[in-house]
Design a protein around this ligand. Sequence first.
Ligand SMILES: NC(=O)C1=CN([C@@H]2O[C@H](COP(=O)(O)OP(=O)(O)OC[C@H]3O[C@@H](n4cnc5c(N)ncnc54)[C@H](OP(=O)(O)O)[C@@H]3O)[C@@H](O)[C@H]2O)C=CC1
Ligand SMILES: Cc1cn([C@H]2C[C@H](O)[C@@H](COP(=O)(O)OP(=O)(O)O[C@H]3O[C@@H](C)C(=O)[C@@H](O)[C@H]3O)O2)c(=O)[nH]c1=O
Ligand SMILES: [Mg+2]
Length: 300
Amino acid sequence: MRILVTGTEGQLVRSLLERAKVADDDLSVIAMGRPDLDLTRPHAIASALARVDCDVIVNAAAYTAVDQAESEPGVAQTVNCDGAEAVAQAAARANIPFIQISTDYVFNGQKAGAWTEDDSPDPLSVYGKTKLAGEMAVQAATPKAVILRTAWVYSPFGKNFVRTMLRLAESRDELSVVADQTGAPTSALDIADGVIAVARHLVAHPDDRALHGVFHMTATAGSTAPTWADFAEQIFGASRDLGGPSAQVRRITTAEYPTPAARPRNSLLDCTRLEQAHGVRLPFWEKPVADIVRRILADG
Ligand SMILES: NC(=O)C1=CN([C@@H]2O[C@H](COP(=O)(O)OP(=O)(O)OC[C@H]3O[C@@H](n4cnc5c(N)ncnc54)[C@H](OP(=O)(O)O)[C@@H]3O)[C@@H](O)[C@H]2O)C=CC1
Ligand SMILES: Cc1cn([C@H]2C[C@H](O)[C@@H](COP(=O)(O)OP(=O)(O)O[C@H]3O[C@@H](C)C(=O)[C@@H](O)[C@H]3O)O2)c(=O)[nH]c1=O
Ligand SMILES: [Mg+2]
């Protein structure tokens, strides 16, 4: 199976490439990003993708700078909606499945329990709005679209909360972290495994309508969902055990940590539908933390 994925340096792209390297079978992942494939130039995407021979396309590229998007809504919209739509149209022309990666930030966070795919999105931020617009555009572009909404992604690669916490802890004894936003920290390596499994399933059953549509794909969170502060404590616990930097976590409210973009208070996603349709369930959220902390510390 050949998977074409958009972007080259992103957390999920690099995780897919790493997983493909260790897979002992026919799997190959082809990453295509700037300048060859630029989502700010949707009109050039058809020709960029026309020559590529693959079985599935995964759009993992996105404008992900949540706060910056508030002051750059046009670019965020072009990348997250128009660019995504153009990639989906290329998949439609090739008549192959298309996987769009989306986000918990499409929700307003005001539900008490986990969000299901039947709950109405109501994004609070420009990033969330443009990602939701992207979901709708790709579904209009191809009947073979699968939207995988994930959340709170971290990995040994790129920019993420784990790397930020470890970097800040090098120079600080105490860090203030919000303790009133709940969600599921999810390893990009686990998402990569999930994406590959879904892709295989789609390629094996190209006409099964039940396999298409919107699915939630995050780590399993259990009954007491973690907050960013809980995640930080988990990160520092792992780092301490490995002789790395750590800091005392001061648990604060969102009001005490003002940011340009509003974030959902509860963004926990119910992933039941994914398990039922595709047989995919990601591990418990705490499981990958120590291994990824170890890799980040080893990379220096
Ligand atoms: N990070 C998170 O916490 C979450 C992410 N998601 C979604 O998951 C997906 C993967 O996220 P993640 O791996 O963390 O993303 P990253 O922020 O790590 O990487 C973003 C990727 O998008 C690419 N990209 C950005 N702009 C363009 C452009 N104009 N043209 C082509 N490529 C572009 C980057 O390109 P380059 O390779 O050149 O750097 C990079 O590969 C995204 O759809 C994101 O919305 C969902 C929930 C949480
Ligand atoms: C760095 C830092 C952040 N925070 C807060 C801010 C925010 O509420 C939360 C996480 O901060 P970040 O900037 O890492 O998070 P953010 O960029 O909002 O992460 C989001 O990225 C996009 C792409 C997604 O799709 C989401 O699922 C989510 O992962 O922690 C603190 O409280 N203290 C700190 O020292
Ligand atoms: Mg950020």
